[in-house]
Design a binder for this molecule. Structure first.
Ligand code: MTE
Ligand code: CO
Length: 424
């Protein structure tokens, strides 16, 4: 795409030119090739065109092209003291659509990755039930199962950005989110199998990893849309994501989605575990902490352009793209501003619009090459708007880490480089 080209759809015109060149070349040999403009990638036969490639089964489990080797999860070394209790981030700036590939889903572990032979894995249901039960993986796969697409966002996503812009890239500022299709058994069916006593009000999932992660979840949510999942995007869960079994708690903070799920206790009150008292509560300005802030509210971020995905092509047609999500349901609208929130345009949502799943949005602009202050603002189907960071701080003070869904700003400079800034 050159600066001077005025065509509205340069890609299309380029493609038709190319097609015409190739067709002519086939008939008229080198004359046709010369008409394609003398580009050696058109005029010369390349190795991959000349020699046979690898045969089937050379890659029994397929991996991305070697030219995509930079598309990986990344961590920030100074964030945590050890890698076993740490986090890495989804490369959002390299992805499109709404599904996160399994190998790129961010990881958050509190005691490292448990490596579990599914034949040795058990799920126990105990507490306020008629019949305590222990399931094998085989048992679980005999219950009716469902397929559903959900985002998972860690409550700490964007936590470093509370006081101002910190990390240079949406992978780091917003990459504690992923969205996959889960296959699993509705938790309701398993609880019904055990028989819930009338006094029961809460459940407590527990992980089989070294951190033995535990959280309290209201029974109402457990009976509503939670899944006990064994597959993601059609294949077995990855060890990093809780193989062989994890809890799916749609729309609620990632910490509750217990991985390597081994036990569900049914009780009549919350357990007040570490992860819902000293952690995953929000310290307010008064010194008091909010607790049980389960839902991940409406949020969005522009993934390209962004600091790790600068504009390399100069002015002219520019695809602005990003993701939006809400733990309260579907995203109804995403507005995008190129001038730091003064003016807004409604973006185009493309692909499936599913409740509690990522939504993909686009705004296609003709960039005049001047500085841009890019922002996106999501609205969910309940009319809930993503707040500015100032609005968020006015409501919640400056002590918070978790649940930062404030509007993100990227400064696109005339040379195409992009920086994390705050305008609110
Ligand atoms: N479950 C267990 N057993 N152990 C853990 O450390 N981390 C939690 C949750 N479930 C955790 C866990 C946190 S804080 C988050 S954000 C999600 O898992 C991360 O899920 P992911 O690693 O699949 O992205
Ligand atoms: Co988390």
């Amino acid at each position: 795409m050159s600066d001077t080209r005025k065509s509205k759809s340069p890609d299309l015109s380029r493609r038709s030119l190319l097609k015409a060149g190739l067709a002519a070349g086939a008939v008229a040999g080198t004359a046709g090739a010369a008409r394609a403009g003398g580009d050696p990638l058109i005029t010369e036969i390349q190795d991959w065109n000349r020699y046979l490639g690898d045969g089937v089964q050379s890659r029994p489990y397929g991996t991305p092209s070697e030219f995509e080797a930079h598309v990986v999860r990344r961590d920030v070394e100074w964030l945590t003291a050890s890698t076993e209790s740490s986090v890495n981030f989804t490369p959002l700036h390299e992805l499109d659509g709404i599904i996160t590939p399994n190998g790129l889903c961010f990881e958050r572990h509190h005691g490292g990755i448990a490596e579990i032979d599914p034949a040795s894995h058990r799920l126990m249901i105990n507490g306020l039930v008629d019949t305590p039960l222990v399931f094998t993986m085989e048992d679980l796969k005999r219950f009716p199962r469902e397929n559903r697409i959900y985002f998972l966002e860690c409550a700490a996503n964007s936590g470093m950005e509370w006081r101002g812009s910190q990390l240079n890239g949406c992978q780091y500022t917003h990459g504690m989110v992923h969205c996959v299709m889960y296959t699993g058994v509705p938790l309701k069916l398993l609880l019904e199998e055990a028989g819930i006593k009338t006094s029961a009000k809460w459940i407590m999932p527990e992980g089989a990893d070294a951190s033995a992660m535990t959280r309290s979840i209201p029974l109402e949510k457990a009976l509503d849309d939670c899944l006990v999942a064994f597959k993601m995007n059609g294949e077995a869960l990855r060890p990093e994501q809780g193989y062989p079994l994890r809890l799916v708690v749609p729309g609620w903070e990632g910490n509750m989605w217990v991985k390597w799920l081994r036990r569900l206790e049914v009780g009549d009150e919350p357990w007040h575990q570490r992860e819902e008292t000293s952690k995953y509560t929000d310290l307010m300005e008064t010194g008091k902490a909010r607790r049980f802030t389960w839902v991940m509210d409406a949020k969005s971020v522009i993934t390209t352009p962004s600091p790790q995905a600068p504009v390399s092509h100069g002015k002219g047609p520019l695809v602005i793209s990003g993701v939006a999500w809400s733990g309260n349901g579907r995203i109804k609208r995403v507005d995008v501003s190129i001038d730091g929130g003064r003016n807004w345009k409604t973006a185009r949502i493309d692909g499936p619009s599913l409740p509690k799943a990522l939504h993909r949005f686009y705004l296609d602009i003709d960039w005049d090459g001047s500085d841009l202050l890019l922002q996106s603002r999501a609205m969910d189907e309940n009319g809930f708007y993503q707040p500015s960071k100032n609005e968020l701080r006015a409501a919640r003070g400056e002590n918070s880490i978790y649940h930062n869904n404030g509007i993100q700003t990227w400064h696109v400079k005339a040379d195409g480089t992009v920086e994390n800034v705050e305008v609110s």
